[in-house]
Design a protein around this ligand. Sequence first.
Ligand SMILES: [Ca+2]
Length: 623
Amino acid sequence: MASNKRPNFLIIVADDMGFSDAGCFGSEIRTPNIDKLASTGLRFTGFHAAAACSPTRAMILTGTDHHIAGLGNLIEWTDFSGQNFPKGSKYSTAPQRGMPGYEGYLNSRVAALPEILRDKGGYHTIMSGKWHLGLTKERSPHARGFDRSLALLPACSNHYDYRPDAEFPKFLEKSVIALHMEDDHYVEKLPDTWYSSDGYGNRMLEYLKEWQDDSTLKEKPFFAYLPFSAPHWPLQAPKEYIDHYRGTYNSGPEDLRQQRLKKLIELGMIPKDVRPHPVVADEVQGWDEMTAQQRAMSCRAMEAYAGMIECLDHNIGRVTSYLESIGELDNTFIMFFSDNGAEGAAYEAYPMVSGELMAHLGKYYNNHIDNIGNKDSFVWYGPRWAQAATAPSRLYKAYTTEGGVRVPCVLRYSPLHKGREGEITDTFATVMDIAPTLLSLAGIEHPAPEWKGRPIVPMRGKDITPYLSGAAGNIHDPTEAFGWELCGRAAIRVGKWKADFIPFPKGTSAWQLYNLETDPGETEDLAQQHPDILQELLVHWEKYCEETGVVPLQPELGARFHEAVEAQMKEGEWMEYEYWKPGALEERRRTEFVRKIAKVADPRLKEGAAGQPSNVLAGGTEA
Ligand SMILES: [Ca+2]
């Protein structure tokens, strides 16, 4: 391999895949291709994302916090407050609507990584997979720097592009239609044989072959972004993959959880004496309370989930094998990771959606036990299976506890980590580190404070190349603070100390304090024992809110911010493109379905900067 050539980049993202769902992270699911990347690269057990999809994707593509980049929350959750809140919750996302940083697409404060790599660095930029960073042409991958793209624009869809001829309940209208854009135009019809992971793998291969076969293009290195929409629900996969798992999960989710924990300990990925967080699943029946039929149905959902992951892995293998066949594998910096923790929502138990949703599914889908996983089935697997995959961590997707934000990650780039193949590292890293790392490897400086005539923000992530090459012992300084916030769930971490704020009913609606070094499961709240450390973290929290523009949804997350905001828009007046309405996919009528988004002034208080952190934590983080 020519060493004077700048590296190619391949960033592969799984959607809602749990921490222990890959073979190289202790899973029984067959993932030979991810495992091969791991055995020839590094595995990260301290890699962190946001708690859900589009916020993470915003951070991947900008290197900064999602509250800055326009995805302060998922647009689906700011648009319709109730759908993501289980029984007993009173929280509304209304105060976030219309606020700066909550646009629901990559906003103009950021330059997107492909824009910089292409326009400043001369890279060829290609994408195949889920975008979730804007629904209209001017927000599309094409508009944000991709030379070639096939992109699923919304959060999720039927993986086979199947949809019944029916009016969708509100929850499903944004969850069924496989709205894709290819370069600068909407895809009118996907191929009849469409299945998401195969479709994205196919298209990525086409783009790579196009690059390989064109001598002019080939002079440029490539940036390839391959974000799968699997294994996000609806759990669907080709039968040949699902069949590999028939009967595998018959002993239930607790048994699987114990098996996974045992494997994680054997691999040295979690401490032998780890105290796993208990399973939190009060809203659904216990395994022992279920009938044999209910248990069998549940196992089929898990089998379908496993099949989705194997199919995703197969497509990763097709892409990496192709790179190997053209002699580009070792010159390609590759990362694979999940965008958030496993998805544990039990939508059947959500008062805002369950009745209407379940009635619709009963009428238009076939969730017979022998049909689960097929195109006309529509299932999710719920909190118990999810927590088998997030164990020993607390909770799952959409929560800012480790179960929502700690994700499996594999990195392979031989020229930088020679001799460390197969290594497992627990060093702290985040998805915000990807952009600075790629720019560093490409030899490009980030353009902040200005890009194409507009002011833009700098990156908040760190270049990880000094860590990979052994020049640095860690990626982030242990005194650096990291915040998370999503739907009023929050966390702030400095070194081993982490404070979580999880509202009722999944949490206490009070700040809790954990020592992740001795208690990675976040099981023992030390807030009473170490009030000084908690207070110190909360100073960092306020600073994080000020720096990133978090609009807190509870007084506990920032009374002085909270008092200044109130509901700005009504329910359902936010989504910018109503693509699920009849006729909305027709080119000539599309503009009828684009809504104007009201803008309000930023009412966050400007006076009184957050207090400067004292050194309580600095003392407390010495490992
Ligand atoms: Ca996701």
